[in-house]
Design a protein. Structure first.
Length: 207
């Protein structure tokens, strides 16, 4: 997980990202790779440019994490890294993500420090905070990993949460207790704004 902190670094990274895309040839490359995987020769033919030019732009896009490489013998195939694109759209290119680019207030600065303290450089939780206020900050960050309007089986919940911490039962239970998520018949979903209980939801939780 890439934790999105509301600070100058995130704004600078976003500027670097858009500067990297500010090239017609790179945009055309992304368009071709969004259709399907292609070899370098196919990209050269599709763009009608020289191979070194295509390789240069592919290297830039790879550095941005937008394309990935697959080798088959001597042939290099490139494709769009859809997972990274979706993650980017979800974390930055959304209303919530763009709002995080605003100047940080005192409360946001404190939350940033909490995230920096409890998330390691690998994106995993070092521990689940014991203090309620800090734990809620962590939960609000983790709940963003789940799409609104989608229902998750408990096994799917565990798969997502295990990327951050092994104690998935505690995290599931905390989501329910704080009403950030709702549960019924082993299905979980993000609560609507305000966290009101849905009729018929069983709020008792088995670890």
């Amino acid at each position: 997980m890439t934790t999105d902190f509301r600070d100058q670094d995130q704004a600078e990274q976003l500027v670097a990202f858009f500067q990297g895309l500010a090239d017609v040839t790179r945009l055309k490359l992304i368009g071709l790779l969004a259709q399907r995987e292609r070899s370098v020769d196919e990209l050269v033919a599709g763009l009608d440019v020289r191979q070194p030019t295509v390789s240069h732009h592919l290297a830039k896009l790879k550095l941005l994490g937008l394309v990935k490489l697959r080798k088959e013998g001597q042939v290099h195939y490139y494709s769009l890294d859809e997972e990274h694109v979706h993650r980017l759209a979800k974390s930055v290119l959304s209303v919530d993500g763009l709002a995080r680019l605003a100047p940080a207030d005192e409360g946001a600065t404190w939350e940033q420090k909490v995230l920096q303290t409890f998330f390691g450089s690998d994106g995993r939780l070092k521990e689940i905070p014991a203090q309620r206020k800090k734990r809620d900050v962590i939960l609000r960050t983790l709940v963003e990993e789940f799409e609104r309007g989608r229902r998750y089986h408990e096994s799917e919940m565990n798969e997502v949460l295990r990327r951050f911490h092994e104690d998935v039962a505690t995290l599931r239970r905390e989501f329910i207790m704080t009403r950030m998520m709702q549960r019924e018949n082993n299905l979980y979903w993000r609560a609507e704004a305000g966290g009101d209980e849905a009729p018929g939801v069983d709020w008792r939780m088995n670890p």
